[in-house]
Design a protein around this ligand. Structure first.
Ligand code: PLP
Length: 409
């Protein structure tokens, strides 16, 4: 008998009953009738967020008005929020600053790293990186007159390195396949060549334990696994050893050493604060801080253990369906997602969503399922796998209405 046939819904319910982090599910708003496997794209809404944002609007803004820059700590939000994110990536206080979007943050990190390595013309980046990362690399190469050297996901990074390389930008977890890079090994290799290492942690933060120690710069978003809400601030990590010399290319007044002196000349603030730019989106920080209150109670090792168990269960239940697995089969090598290739992946995903299983599609042929361990149950994985089996066996995806592309896929 095939292994998957011995897995039952009751067996999955027993796993949920024994799950040490199952209580976190109560922290989230999860609509009835859907299995949400898109926490890797937009994390679910924490229950406490609405009240927290309402407080920021009605009390901090409505009543206290401009005094809130001081009394509600608005001015310091980039640092205080960064300090709360820091433990999730193995960083310490004063090493992380929250603000701007991921894309803008990539530019800030690249510009700072390039300036620290003058005379080295090359930026190494991954062809499989998230497109925005690649676009920003292209923009930075043009702005600072550097060249790009692209490597494939399995290409020998060592061959791409040399005395001409200033900086390497790579994703820790590949957004399409979920493949994980060995952070410590890659960082050491890059630094041995004299280049600086920037890690993109968008698909790592809140998905698996990260130890950023040793890297030069890192960045990530907070609206995926961290549940900060749509458009929540990104963050940048700057290694303490670079904080004196590293400059913010977007030298705005929020990164000034004494912004309220209103001096004509820019003087960078000490430490990571200099990577702030302009007025922070206070309401977005309110939402993000609500979810970080939850994350402060989370042990990332339990999250990782459950993540591995969930992805393993999903693969076991679906690998006989004849799809090509794009995600590494060895859990050590994958993040918290499972991707399959299917030539008609787009209509397959549309049919799945119609049946309540929310994943997404990434061109040309990937159907992607993200597993957010704080609110996903083993029974959800069981149900999602059965729905996928039904969509494929009955060819439900062939319905014409599933073929037309929506704006956001
Ligand atoms: C989600 C994600 C982004 C998104 O960039 P934004 O500026 O936040 O829209 C960029 N890079 C990677 C690797 C991502 O996973």
């Amino acid at each position: 008998m095939m292994g998957y046939m011995s897995i039952t819904r009751a067996g999955c319910a027993a796993l949920d009953a024994a799950d040490p982090i199952s209580d976190f599910r109560d922290e989230f708003v999860l609509p009835d009738g859907i299995v949400y496997l898109l926490g890797n794209s937009l994390g679910a809404l924490p229950r406490r967020t609405a009240a927290r944002v309402a407080h920021a609007v009605t009390a901090e803004w409505g009543q206290d008005l401009g005094a809130s820059w001081n009394t509600a700590g608005w001015w310091d939000l980039p640092q205080t929020t960064g300090d709360r994110i820091a433990p999730l990536i193995g960083a310490g206080p004063g090493e992380v600053l929250a603000g701007d979007s991921t894309s803008v943050t990539i530019f800030k990190a690249l510009a700072a790293a390039l300036a620290l390595r003058p005379g080295r013309p090359v930026i190494v980046s991954d062809v499989e990186n998230f497109p925005s990362d690649q676009y920003v690399v292209q923009g930075a190469a043009q702005a600072f007159d550097r060249e790009i050297r692209e490597i494939g996901p399995d290409a020998d990074l060592a061959n791409a390195l040399g005395p001409d390389v200033a900086v390497v930008l790579l994703s820790h977890v590949n957004y399409r396949t979920g493949a994980v890079r060995n952070m410590a090994e890659v960082t050491a290799l890059v630094q041995a060549s004299g280049a600086l290492m920037i890690w993109d942690l968008c698909h790592s933060t809140g998905a698996l334990p990260v130890d950023i120690t040793g890297a030069d710069f890192a960045l990530g978003c907070t609206y995926k696994y961290l549940n900060g809400g749509p458009g929540a601030p990104a963050y940048i990590y700057v290694a303490p050893r670079h904080q004196k010399a590293a400059r913010n290319v977007i030298s705005g007044w929020h990164g000034h050493a004494s912004p309220f002196d209103f001096e004509p000349g820019y003087e960078p603030a000490p430490g990571v604060r200099r990577f702030a730019v302009g007025s922070p989106p206070v309401l977005s920080y309110a939402a993000l801080n609500a979810s970080l209150e939850i994350w402060e109670k989370v042990d990332m090792r339990s999250v990782r253990a459950k993540s591995v168990a969930l992805t393993e269960l999903f693969i076991e239940l679906t690998e006989h369906l004849g799809l090509e697995l794009a995600t590494p089969r060895d859990p050590v090598e994958r993040g918290s997602q499972v991707s399959y290739r299917h030539p008609d992946g787009y209509p397959v995903m549309r049919a799945l969503i119609d049946m309540g299983v929310h994943g997404d599609f990434r061109a040309p042929d990937l159907i992607r399922f993200g597993f957010a361990p704080l609110y996903l149950r083993y029974v959800d994985v069981y149900d999602a796998a059965n729905t996928l089996a039904e969509v494929l066996s009955k060819e439900l995806w062939r319905e014409p209405r599933y073929q037309r592309r929506l704006t956001v896929t």
